[in-house]
Each structure stands twice: as C-alpha cells, then as structure tokens.
Design a protein around this ligand. Structure first.
Ligand code: BG6
Length: 529
C-alpha cells in the first residue's frame, strides 16, 4: 500500500530511532515492545534500530530494560526468542524527564544522537506519543524547540499520535492547527489501532480484489449495513477518562468510522496513501448531516446498570471507580446514518457499540435485499431469508456468507446455510499485537492506515450535532440497560421501526454456522407443502 517498494517486498524497514513518550505506561509493555520483537523475529526490523523511552518515572536505562524484560512474558508471543530479545534490549535507552520541561528535551536530543551513532540509525527518527492528549501539542512544540522535528539532508522525522484526537470538532481543529505549527501533515501519523487488525485491512482486499463482490456492493443489492463493536468489559481502571469521553467519542469517530469508510468507500485508483484516504474522506463528507430531531429519533444512548456478564454478577457503571454516582455518561450508542451518494443513497448504516454487553464481537454485516418476488407464495414459507455477508473482525476473524438452500428430503423445506472462512484455520497465523503493521508502516513512510487531519475533522463534524443535542438534553433514564444484555430497548426499536433487526450475534452463529438450521429454529428454515 505504498509507493515504497521495500514495503511490498517485506524487506526490513530502514534504519531509525523510535522515541516513546510515556514509555513507562501500559501501551509500551503490552503492545509496542512485543510488536517490535515480533517485527524483529519476522526479520522486518532493521538491525540499525534503537528505542529511547522518555517519561518522568524514576528509571534509568538499566532499570527500564529490566522492567520491560520482566513484563515481556505476560504480553509477548510464546515462546519468546530470548536471543532476539537480548539483541533488542541492548538497543533500548531511557531518559527521565517531564513532558513540559524544555531542558529535558536537550537531554533527550543528546540521547537520541548517541543511540543513533551507536546503532547507525542514519539520522531518521519517529516519536510515539503514548501520553494523555493534553500533552500532544506541548510535546511537539518542545521537540521543535530543540530542533528534533526538522527533516534535513534526506533524514526523516515522524510523529505518531495516539487517540483521542480531540474531544469535539473544535478541539480536533485546534490540535491540528497546533501540531502543524511545528510539523507538516506528512510527518503526522494519527494512529487508530483498529486499522492494525488483519480483518479490517482485509475489507479493502476483499472488496477490491474480488470481481464478483463489487457489482453487488451498492444500493441496488444491499438493503442495509450493520456495524457492531460490542465489548463485555466495563470501563476497567479508566473511569476518570471515560467520564469525560463516553461511548460516542471513544469509539465512533475513530474505530467505527474506519470500518464504515472501508466498507462504503469507492474503489481507489491505487493504494497510494492519499488516494485511499481521499476515498475514505469522501464517505465521511457524504454522511447526511443529522438534524436535532433526527438525533432524538435515530441516535440511541445507554448506560449499563448492574447485571450478569459471562456468568459473573457485575456492578453498574455508576459504581465503577472514579465514576460519579449520578453520571450521565453513555456507555452504549446506536446510530442510524445515511450516506448521500450514488452508491449508497437510501441504504441505512446502523452502528452500535457499548461496554458490558452480552458478547465481545466486532463485525460488519452486509444485509442484501430480498429477491424481487416470493417464489414460495401460497405456501407455508413466510419469510425466505435474505443473503447476508458478515465480516467478523474479532474475536474470531473471518467472513461468512449465508444463503438459502433446500433441505434434502421429499418435502420442500428451506434452510439458511453459511459459507465460512476462518482466518486462523485457513492461514494458521499467530496473532500479533495489531501494532506490527502500523509501526512498520510508519518506519517505511506509508500513511495509508493513518488518519489525515481532514478525515479526523470530517468524522467529528458528523458527531458534533449528536454531542450538542445530548449535551443540551441530559438523559433521564440512565442506567437503561442491564450489564450482559445487548443494550437499551430503544436500540432494538431503532431497527424494528424500519422493519429490520440486529443480527443476533452468537445465537445465529450457533444456528447456522456450517450447518442447516432445524426447521423453525430462529425462523431459519420453513416447510413448503
Ligand atoms: C479503545 C477505547 O480505543 O478501544 C476502549 O478507548 C476500547 O474503550 C478499545 O475498549 C477497544 O479496542 P479493542 O481492540 O479491544 O476492540
């Protein structure tokens, strides 16, 4: 997905130093270090590579290396290649400093230069901002202050920014403006870890490399699209952050919109980063602006009360640590969006995401239209099921297509059968952290899977009217769904009003996966006399 040929050929990324801000946080030990080790094991990490951690903790290079080594078995792929880890460990350094202290950046600059020299990193570097959002702009400003953001003599410098990228349209714009005082857009890599997931990347491949799919991918054949990202976890130890965010901000303008744009975009003329992102941005711009009335009727919010999740009794959101006892923060949203373009006009896109739901599942459902007339009219068959394509993003990665078939036998009976492709059983791939591809893309300069400033702002523009109305009209019925359910009743009604229903995740998989459902079960098969 790049004009860079190295990238296609799976060659090692070029030499560089990676600087991790907030290196003593969770992300470094859970994801970044294990991902770098996986890259090293796959021989796609340059030998001329070094890591400099920067944080205010009382660590030095020796203790930082030790801490990472101790944590590694918990998060790295088993078995760990100890020789490889040892080689990587020798290239890790630590600088103690406060993110706002300009003096500390001088020490950082010295350490980067020393690491660069020791490992021949060629003067290239990238900064990973694994820090609270309030530090993004000040860090970049201070990096600029000591000349660390300059790209000179053919050396590159890039900055990876973690989400959340702003908390509304205005703050996202402001952040873009602030970052661009020091950096140019091509140096900014806004990361969305959803794009590191294999199946998300596969949406584009599936659509644009299979000639039988694309002709059906439009309003003539598709009835509607459902995108679900449901989680069983609550807010865990992030109550303080979540209180200021809520499900809409936390998941929709980033993760869910990535899935939406990959599903709805026009075919790009190449896999060049800007070409692909232009097509994604077009989708966001084509989403019909929602009026305040539509917010009230087509956008559902919810908050979990106590309940049972995976057999365990759990408390409600308002009882989570660092959460107010009368909090109005939503932990669930369901939205109905329309895309005003030739391909999708009149095809609703239903999105839902929430915490403490019945199952962990992220998936995209393409529900195809009914056949033009009911062949089995005047028979016992009331509903001939329509074709449905499900792209399973997680936890099971795969694609399934359901279609009607005659149940063998003298009597005419119809069943819905599934054609299943399961990533793991087919490719037998080891799961990575999801960060391998993204880190390597940054090292080779491929920004295809990173968000551009205009995409971030376009995403927030869609969300802003919803934020405004919800802010003006606080919910009166929270908590309105039990932990372990599929969210508030209104989310079901949102589709029922349109004569549709959410795919019954889990239940339907049991019914139809790989076999014909028994007559009458979940309406999946019927008898024709
Ligand atoms: C994060 C959100 O961006 O994504 C979390 O802040 C959420 O609230 C997480 O749990 C979901 O990611 P994944 O990869 O576990 O589906």
């Amino acid at each position: 997905m790049s004009t860079n040929h190295d990238h296609y050929e799976n060659a090692p990324a070029g030499p560089c130093v990676m600087v991790i801000f907030g290196s003593s946080g969770d992300l470094t030990k859970r994801k970044l270090i294990p991902a770098l080790l996986n890259l090293a094991q796959e021989a796609v990490l340059s030998n001329h590579f070094a890591i400099v951690g920067f944080a205010s903790n009382n660590l030095d290079t020796v203790s930082f290396r030790e801490t990472l080594g101790e944590e590694l078995p918990k998060f790295a792929r088993d078995p760990i290649d100890l020789k490889m880890w040892d080689s990587l460990k020798q290239r890790i350094y630590f600088v103690k400093g406060d993110f706002l202290d300009a003096e500390a950046y001088k020490r950082l600059a010295q350490q980067i230069e020393a690491a660069d020299k020791a490992h021949n990193c060629g003067g290239n570097k990238f900064f990973y901002l694994a820090v609270a959002p309030r530090f993004f702009a000040p860090i970049v400003d201070r990096l600029g202050g000591v000349g660390l953001t300059k790209e000179e003599e053919g050396h590159w410098t890039r900055v990876i920014v973690e989400k959340p990228f702003g908390h509304d349209l205005e703050s996202a714009r402001q952040l873009n403006t602030d970052l661009k005082k020091t950096l140019n857009e091509k140096q900014i890599y806004r990361i969305d870890h959803y794009l590191g997931k294999e199946t998300v990347q596969n949406v584009m491949v599936f659509r644009f490399t299979n000639n039988i799919i694309e002709p059906l991918w439009n309003r003539h054949y598709v009835d509607h699209v459902q995108i679900t990202a449901s989680e069983t976890v609550g807010v865990e130890h992030r109550g303080g952050f979540y209180e200021t965010a809520g499900a809409l901000r936390d998941m929709v303008p980033n993760h869910l919109f990535q899935l939406l744009t990959m599903t709805a975009m026009e075919p790009p003329i190449s896999f060049d980063a800007d070409e692909v992102r232009n097509k994604q941005a077009e989708v966001l711009h084509a989403i019909q602006p929602v009026s305040p009335e539509e917010v009230l009727t087509c956008m559902v919010r919810g908050q979990y009360g106590e309940g049972v999740v995976e057999g365990e009794r759990v408390g409600g959101y308002r009882n989570e640590p660092d959460v107010s006892h009368n909090s109005n923060t939503e932990t669930f949203v369901a939205l109905k969006l329309q895309i005003d373009n030739w391909r999708w006009a009149g095809v609703p896109f239903y999105l839902r995401t929430g915490k403490r739901l019945a199952m962990r599942a992220t998936e995209i459902v393409i529900q195809f239209r009914r056949t033009p007339f009911v062949l089995f009219r005047h028979t016992a068959v009331k509903n001939v099921e329509t074709n449905r394509l499900v792209i399973h993003i997680q936890p099971d990665e795969g694609i399934s297509l359901s279609f009607g078939a005659k149940v063998p036998g003298a009597v005419m009976r119809l069943g819905l059968v599934n054609m299943d492709f399961d990533y793991k059983s087919y490719f037998g791939l080891e799961h990575g952290t999801g960060y391998e591809r993204l880190l390597r893309d940054c090292m080779v300069g491929d920004a295809t899977l990173f968000q551009r400033a205009d995409m971030v702002e376009a995403g927030w523009s869609v969300i802003q009217p919803i934020l405004d109305v919800w802010h003006a009209l606080p919910p009166r019925d929270f908590p309105n769904y039990a932990a372990g359910s599929w969210g508030p009743l209104e989310a079901e009604e949102l589709l029922e009003r349109d004569g549709r229903e959410w795919r019954r995740i889990g239940e339907e998989d049991l019914d139809v996966r790989g076999r014909i459902a028994a007559p009458g079960v979940s309406g999946k098969a019927s008898t024709v006399v």
